[in-house]
Design a binder for this molecule. Structure first.
Ligand code: ARG
Length: 467
């Protein structure tokens, strides 16, 4: 028997009980090594913390600990150099690394699994890995917010039509519009921080499901791995994947926000709007229509949102109906979770760059704002200041708008005498009210679109993001 075969046989901890080997199809079906090998860093870190604690508790000898540390250092090097040979027969990342360790350091490698099961091991690995990814995502969210703030600042005074029902509603500042997304991404970051708190708990020590009789110091392992605490119920620790589901739900919302922004960028770049241009490096041409420049990146982000939503549904469905404690169903948590992380990180990274490459076309924005009677509410507010109840003012302005539409002009283009036929209290002082700028400046309420407010919000965001 070759050395490799012996290794494969020995690594199957259950093999003595079994009288027939797995078929190749079943091996392939049950193995997770094709995707869970990316957990290797977390797996080694978890094993080292466990071994160190076993030694401190007198469960493992100091030579064994030294041998495990030496072996793991070599395994790390092999994996980093791409020299590690991952074996399907060894099913998953945990058994692959443990088998190689035993091959390198002998019995010490076989002692590592004392007081541990792959059930608490994998739950620990996924939590460790996800915690670090959440930290990376938090950084990317901050970068995207900053990129949006950087574009909002010089555009605080740029006016575009604000829409409701995609109909021109009231003029808004382009900077204000972008800051709406900053708010969304700020909440996404808060959600990530919240998920992190519940993710960052140590399952190790739960063993297969019931805990272990070895006098483990779980708090020590938690501290050395940077966990905020330990999972307090062994059955729950090995079985629930709610942290992964929560994360994917937070990621889904974040992608939904990106998707809404994408939709706007796509509309704004279209000939019908013409509000912005995206840098060429984020667009592609058409193989048949030479005039085309297509906003592929936002379109893809909008499309990829669908797959993240799908991953959320997969994970929730995977969990539903599982009895306590660990079931192999949970091996299926990884691909949706990994793809969610990859998709979200790439999307956030690319959007921070894309936002920085937007060319704003203020004239086109302003022209569009002038087309839809965007200052009608301002005329109503003006009449309220003259003493009319708002409902009556609303009615008066509706008549004025109707007349303006019939003449094909904007409210501000009607002569004063014409405006006065709708209400005698309208005077010369209505002129600034009917301009886009006047309308914008008037909305100085906290959170409103007046450029003074926008600049105050920009300052607040900059302080928050720097802190
Ligand atoms: N690869 C498995 C997973 O991802 C590890 C845990 C296996 N445990 C077991 N009892 N079969 O969930």
């Amino acid at each position: 028997m070759s050395k490799d075969n012996q290794l494969d046989k020995k690594s199957q901890a259950w093999s003595a009980l079994f009288s027939e080997p797995m078929s190749d199809l079943v091996k392939r079906y049950t193995a997770s090594i094709g995707f869970d090998q990316r957990l290797w860093r977390a797996d080694i870190a978890g094993s080292l913390a466990h071994a160190e604690m076993l030694a401190a508790q007198g469960i493992l000898g100091s030579e064994d600990l030294a041998a495990i540390e030496r072996g793991m250092a070599q395994i790390r090097e092999e994996i980093e150099a791409g020299r590690f040979s991952w074996k399907l027969e060894l099913e998953d990342v945990h058994l692959n690394i443990e088998a190689r360790l035993t091959q390198l350091v002998g019995d010490a490698g076989k002692r590592l699994h004392t007081g541990r099961s792959r059930n608490d091991q994998v739950a620990t690995d996924v939590r460790l890995w996800l915690r670090d990814e959440i930290d990376a995502i938090t950084g990317l969210l901050a970068a995207l917010q900053l990129a949006l703030v950087d574009v909002a600042e010089p555009n605080a005074d740029v006016i575009l039509p604000g829409f409701t029902h995609l109909q021109v509603a009231q003029p808004v500042s382009f900077g204000h519009h972008l800051l709406a997304y900053v708010e969304m991404f700020a909440r996404d970051a808060e959600r990530m921080a919240d998920v992190r708190r519940r993710t960052n708990r140590l399952p190790l020590g739960a063993a297969a499901l019931a805990g272990t009789g070895y006098p483990l110091d779980r708090e020590r392992v938690a501290r050395s791995l940077g966990f905020d605490g330990v999972c307090q119920n062994s059955l729950d620790a090995v079985s629930d994947r709610d942290f992964a589901i929560e994360f994917t739900a937070a990621a889904t919302l974040c992608m939904v926000h990106v998707s809404r922004l994408s939709e706007e960028l796509i509309l704004w770049m279209s000939q019908s709007f013409g509000f912005i241009d995206l840098a060429d490096r984020f667009c592609t041409g058409s193989s048949i229509m030479p005039q085309k420049k297509n906003p592929d990146v936002p379109e893809l982000a909008r499309g990829k949102t669908g797959r993240v939503v799908g991953h959320l549904v997969s994970l929730v469905t995977l969990m539903k109906g599982q009895p306590l404690a660990y079931n192999k169903d949970n091996q299926e948590d990884k691909e949706p979770l990994f793809d969610t992380v990859d998709t979200l990180k790439d999307t956030l990274r690319i959007f921070a760059e894309l936002v920085g490459g937007i060319t704003v076309k203020p004239e086109a924005m302003e022209r569009a704002a002038k087309r839809g009677y965007a200052t009608a509410t301002d005329l109503a507010d003006y009449l309220v200041k003259k003493g009319l109840p708002f409902r009556d003012a609303h009615e008066v302005v509706a008549h004025a708008v109707k007349a303006a539409i019939a003449q094909g002009v904007d409210l501000g283009e009607l002569p004063l005498s014409a405006l006065q036929t709708f209400h005698p209290s309208i005077g010369e002082d209505v002129r600034p009210v009917l301009t886009l700028r006047g309308s914008l400046d008037a909305r100085g309420v906290l959170g409103g679109t007046a450029p003074t407010q926008v600049r105050a919000q920009i300052a607040r965001h900059r302080t928050r993001l720097a802190g």
